[in-house]
Write a protein that binds this ligand. Structure first.
Ligand code: TR5
Length: 143
């Protein structure tokens, strides 16, 4: 349902109903599709992996390079808004991994990092993830 309000092309007049928004706004700490990717139950194109994080290509790329970087152990981090002091190390590791992968992908001219949080932030998977986007000119402000 978040897809309705968050992933339509810019300028669309179609809006999700309040009920749809409320449903889309129901984050949970239960397993997500990303757990299945971590456990290799479903395939993903992994571009980087270490003991703490996994980076793989987004299934619906929004740029020539679109990679998601996630912690293998969610540890309550459904989204950035749930971060606690104990998460500072993994949060830094996620960002540092984004830098490594950007270099690996040849994004010398720049890239963008995005962390969507909650319904208004257009978060659709409740396992924290850093989007790494690059390979084209980005715009500002973002949609
Ligand atoms: O909208 P947010 O910020 O929560 O980002 C979630 C991202 O996960 C979106 O960009 C989706 O395209 C991406 N996604 C969703 C699935 C998926 C995926 N990326 C890789 N592989 C995926 N599988 C196998 N299944 C998904 N449902």
């Amino acid at each position: 349902l978040a897809v309705l309000s968050c992933h339509l092309t810019a300028g669309s007049s179609v809006m999700a109903s309040e009920e749809e928004k409320a449903l889309a706004a129901a984050p949970s700490d239960s397993p997500t599709i990303f757990d299945k990717i971590i456990n290799k139950e479903i395939p993903a194109t992994v571009v980087y992996e270490d003991d703490k994080v996994l980076a793989f290509r987004d299934i619906a790329p929004q740029a020539p390079t679109h990679i998601l970087i996630i912690p293998k152990n969610k540890d309550g981090l459904t989204g950035l808004s749930k971060a606690e002091e104990r998460h500072t190390e993994i949060l830094g590791h996620l960002l540092y991994t984004a830098k490594l992968v950007a270099k690996q992908e040849g994004l010398e001219d720049g890239f963008r990092i995005v962390i969507n949080d909650g319904p208004q932030g257009c978060q659709s998977v409740y396992h924290i993830h850093v989007h790494l986007l690059g390979g084209r000119q980005m715009n500002w402000p973002p949609g």
